[in-house]
Design a protein around this ligand. Structure first.
Ligand code: ATP
Ligand code: LTN
Length: 328
């Protein structure tokens, strides 16, 4: 049986990278299998957060899931901190993971480099992510390219655990799109677009008004030869814009390249703004409609209850396997 799980951190305003790389897939996959979509608030605590902001953002991410088309009748939407089993399995798995494995994680290296004070949680974060996934007997994890290494670690931990203790965990697979799994920063197409990067010009938020993002697209870094061609190696800037265009318009890149041949970057950028304005505008209108916080909280409470009932069963299996006493 196919089971989907994924999560997004409430660590900033969600970008079109998060939408195209992950959330768009959440919407498609909810029709194919049982799906759980989590707001991973415990993960956001790995770097300093303002408490009021974090509370606000956590609900906002859930609301964006809904605005993008995740259907609470089909998929389970919940906050990670509402299901204690995540933290509990996180600890048990920390005792089944090696320091060396975590030292190799590139996201840790990127996020800790140059910082004088780094919390332990930033280092052990991939183990909590493994717990998130393994708690639900997940078979497929829709994520962007940057999460591939964490899913591989999850598989290694689960396989080793099963080898040592018997068949306790289902081994999950990453579900990474062949195209659009790594949207690049607009002001520097050698870097990934990220919601917590310093530069505002690097990203476009899902909830951003067209007047703000128009400037960012028009000023997006491209090369100087003005030739529209898809070549991420040699022409990363224009290739990134073509990717974004193709995914928002649901039109293959080849057809865009053909259509804009000989027209220069300005025309393509202007049309891209139009396409994005239409798609993001629709999401933003739905976001406005989901403005009843009591209703949102009811969805999250129901989601947590459903998630808890699944998580408890897995956690009991793990405790039994590891030799913890349980009263029946
Ligand atoms: P942060 O900057 O706080 O690390 P982020 O923007 O990388 O945040 P996450 O919460 O870590 O966002 O990611 C949520 C999901 O979006 C993940 O599945 C991740 O792989 C995906 N994702 C993030 N950035 C991109 C991107 N630039 N292109 C495609 N997918 C992305
Ligand atoms: N580490 C991920 C967020 C995340 C996640 C998960 C994604 C936490 N737990 C479980 C998929 C499945 C990130 O930073 N994007």
């Amino acid at each position: 049986m196919k089971r989907i799980f994924s999560g997004v951190q409430p660590s900033g305003n969600l970008t079109i990278g998060n939408y195209l790389g992950a959330i768009k897939q959440f919407v498609q996959l909810q029709h194919e299998a049982e799906a759980l979509y989590c707001v991973v608030d415990l993960h956001a605590l790995t770097v300093p957060q303002d408490p009021d902001e974090l509370r606000k953002r956590s609900r906002e991410i859930a609301r964006i899931y809904l605005a993008c088309g995740v259907d609470p009748q089909k998929a389970t939407i919940f906050l990670q901190s509402h299901v204690k089993e995540h933290a509990e399995l996180g600890w048990l798995l920390q005792c089944a993971t090696y320091m060396g494995e975590l030292s190799r994680m590139t996201q840790f290296k990127d996020k800790s480099s140059g910082k004088s004070a780094v919390h332990v949680g930033l280092f052990t974060y991939p183990v909590l992510m493994a717990a998130d996934i393994l708690l639900y007997d997940t078979t497929h994890v829709p994520v962007g390219e940057d999460q591939k290494q964490h899913i591989e670690l999850t598989r290694d931990i689960a396989e080793r655990f099963n080898h040592r203790y018997g068949e306790v965990f289902v081994i999950p697979e990453a579900e990474i799109q062949a195209f659009g799994a790594r949207i690049m920063a607009l002001d520097d197409p050698s870097k990934k677009m990220s919601k917590s990067a310093e530069s505002e010009a690097s990203r476009i938020a899902i909830l951003e008004p067209v007047d703000v993002f128009r400037k960012k697209i028009m000023r997006a870094v491209t090369d100087t030869d003005n030739e529209i061609r898809f070549d991420p190696e040699r022409k990363p800037g224009i290739s990134n814009l073509l990717t974004i265009y193709s995914l928002f318009a649901d039109e293959p890149v080849e057809s865009l390249v053909e259509r804009y041949a000989g027209q220069g970057y300005g025309t393509l950028k202007k049309d891209l703004v139009e396409v994005m304005s239409e798609k993001l505008g629709a999401i933003q209108r739905r976001y406005e409609q989901w403005n009843d916080e009591a209703e949102l909280d009811r969805i999250l409470a129901r989601g947590a209850e459903k998630a808890r009932s699944l998580a408890e069963q897995t956690l009991n299996r793990v405790k039994d396997a590891m030799g913890l006493v349980r009263f029946s």
